[in-house]
Write a protein that binds this ligand. Structure first.
Ligand code: ATP
Length: 290
């Protein structure tokens, strides 16, 4: 296979709780992850010359070993002593530094694609084991769908698929460093913990209203005071009768869940034409696992 094209899907967190900090500095989390139909496009092209070339449409992204797609490719080229090289064309659509695991999902897709391209014969689990060395969310991004993520995010339990709904995604024109948010969280007592078990119950019952009613993200207590625009975007979504709206990951992206396509569309238009959000997408959940 000389060329492979991949869709690297983003995620939202239906629930995100932080249980504590480990000796090694990583945080113990309990999160409910959901893949959404918003994706980066990646093309892998086999090259006779050894080495990795990264090309991307976003001028400010690194194209060296600091890009997670590079790290993923390097890992497999080295481990399997592959003498040829690869060009990675990365077309970004998932907002960057936004709490949607954009870099992690790109890395997961490169692992998946390189495994096929070079016929490495690695199972999904073996790809996930390698992925965690690149980032805590990478194993989930290999797996996709609805999942409970514990440990540092790498202990995954597959869940029944979340019911279909419209997902409105809006990112304000600020970028948030995940590291900064967790550092801030460590410097204060953790406030309200979300009720992850209630969301799990909603998923088991396939009850969209129960899921939406219990969305919760403990990191909002850090990011929203820094960026009040997040609360303003949530408010717009609620005015347009989202079932609920919440920040994803460490933010600043906000997602709203809708069971009425007309209302979702109206909220999309409002945010798209208004000053609060820089990137706005109307999409849905994606439940096909790898
Ligand atoms: P998470 O939801 O996992 O916290 P995020 O949305 O906060 O992720 P990303 O967009 O995945 O953040 O990554 C942002 C940072 O990572 C930026 O500093 C960017 O330069 C760097 N980066 C490296 N590789 C990529 C990539 N393939 N796509 C986006 N950012 C990347």
């Amino acid at each position: 296979m000389k060329r492979i094209e991949l869709k690297a899907m983003g995620k939202i967190n239906l629930g995100l709780d932080v249980l504590g900090i480990r000796q090694d500095g990583y945080h113990e989390v309990r999160m409910i992850m959901q893949t959404v139909r918003l994706f980066d496009r990646i093309a892998l092209v086999k090259k006779d010359k050894p080495g990795i070339t990264v090309k991307t449409n976003l001028y400010y992204l690194p194209t060296n070993e600091n890009n997670l797609v590079y790290k993923a490719a390097r890992m497999l080229l080295d481990e399997f002593e592959i003498g040829t090289g690869v060009e990675i064309r990365l077309e970004k659509h998932i907002p960057v530094s936004a709490g949607m695991a954009g870099g992690s999902t790109d890395a997961a897709s490169v692992l998946f694609g390189m495994n096929q391209m070079f016929r490495l014969g690695l199972s999904k689990e073996q790809l996930m084991e390698r992925g965690v060395k690149i980032g805590a969310d990478v194993p989930y991004c290999v797996m996709r769908g609805t999942a409970l993520a514990e440990g540092i995010g790498e202990e995954l339990t597959a869940l029944p698929p979340m019911p279909e709904c419209q997902v409105l995604i809006a990112k304000p024109g600020v970028s948030v460093s995940t590291k900064f948010v967790y550092q801030q969280l460590d410097s204060r007592p953790i406030g309200n913990h979300p009720d992850i078990d209630r969301i799990l119950e909603g998923i088991r019952r396939q009850d969209l209203h129960m899921i939406a009613g219990n969305l919760g993200n403990v990191l909002e207590s850090v990011t929203i005071p820094e960026y009040p625009v997040i609360a303003q975007i949530k408010k717009v979504m609620m005015e347009y009768e989202a079932l609920n709206a919440m920040m994803s990951g460490s933010g600043p992206t906000v997602f709203g869940l809708f069971d009425d396509p007309g209302k979702a569309r109206a909220a999309y238009q409002k945010l798209k034409n208004g000053p609060l959000a820089k990137q706005v997408y109307l999409t849905g959940v994606f439940n096909t696992r790898r």
